[in-house]
Design a binder for this molecule. Structure first.
Ligand code: ZN
Length: 241
């Protein structure tokens, strides 16, 4: 079994389509780590594709914001404007579906969570080496897949000591080691590589590949501007920040 693991699609349909095309020959199923909406101009299309295709989906802070479960005061100005715009475009059924997603899910020997396995609803970011290593006691599986920071990377713990790779890498699981993998963002990468990011988890080979996929950034940019969303949300796609 091979899963494509997607996070932080953020209403970017062009990026989502490119990732699904790349994943088609490389995976047998789809998992989603939340923040499917917010920032991009196609929240409805992205929600409907992920609802239809994903075997498991967990909620992100943007789902909770749009569904009314998280005060929009929590967000910065750009994110709040995008959340308000997105909320108006979704109907009651979409909002109810987003609000009903679980905060965590287990698939085989992996935990799925948007932010941190320690108190997922507090939306803490795992960024530094220590922040990642401190999260290991809060999940029981060998693998934990996260998103939220939009920066791909891998933390691991085992008898030979802690390790951290703050970049897209391919990991082959070693006996006795456990892993937290940030799969990066499909729709709004922030590691200065504007290509869409996602992971392929080969369960039997205990192998995770963090992939990058070029997509039509200009089309996604133009839709954001035409929708009347903040121009900053369009421009950051070009530089991947
Ligand atoms: Zn996000």
């Amino acid at each position: 079994m091979r899963y494509a693991i997607l996070s932080d699609v953020h209403g970017n349909l062009e990026a989502l389509r490119a990732v699904l095309a790349d994943a088609a020959s490389r995976s047998d199923g789809l998992l989603c780590l939340g923040d499917s909406v917010g920032y991009g101009a196609d929240p409805v299309a992205c929600v409907e594709i992920l609802d239809r295709r994903a075997r498991a989906i967990v909620a992100g802070n943007h789902e909770h914001g749009v569904a009314g479960l998280l005060d929009l005061e929590w967000f910065n100005g750009w994110a709040r404007a995008a959340a308000e715009w997105t909320r108006e475009r979704l109907d009651d059924e979409h909002r109810a579906w987003l609000g009903a997603l679980p905060l965590t899910s287990e698939v085989g020997d992996a935990t799925l969570v948007h932010a941190s396995p320690e108190a997922p609803e507090e939306w803490e970011y795992l960024v530094t080496p220590d922040e990642g290593w401190a999260a290991f006691p809060f999940f029981a599986t060998r693998w934990c897949f996260v998103g939220h920071s939009h920066v791909p990377g891998v933390w691991s713990l085992g008898s030979s000591g802690p390790e951290f790779e703050p970049r897209p890498v391919t990991v082959v699981g070693e006996a006795g080691r456990r892993y937290i993998v940030n799969v990066g963002s499909v729709g709004q990468p922030r590691d200065r590589d504007p290509r869409a990011a996602y992971a392929v988890w080969d369960v039997d080979a205990a192998r995770v590949e963090l992939r990058r996929v070029p997509y039509d950034i200009e089309a996604a940019r133009e839709k954001i501007v035409a929708a009347g969303l903040p121009r900053f949300l369009a421009d950051r796609l070009t530089v991947g920040t």
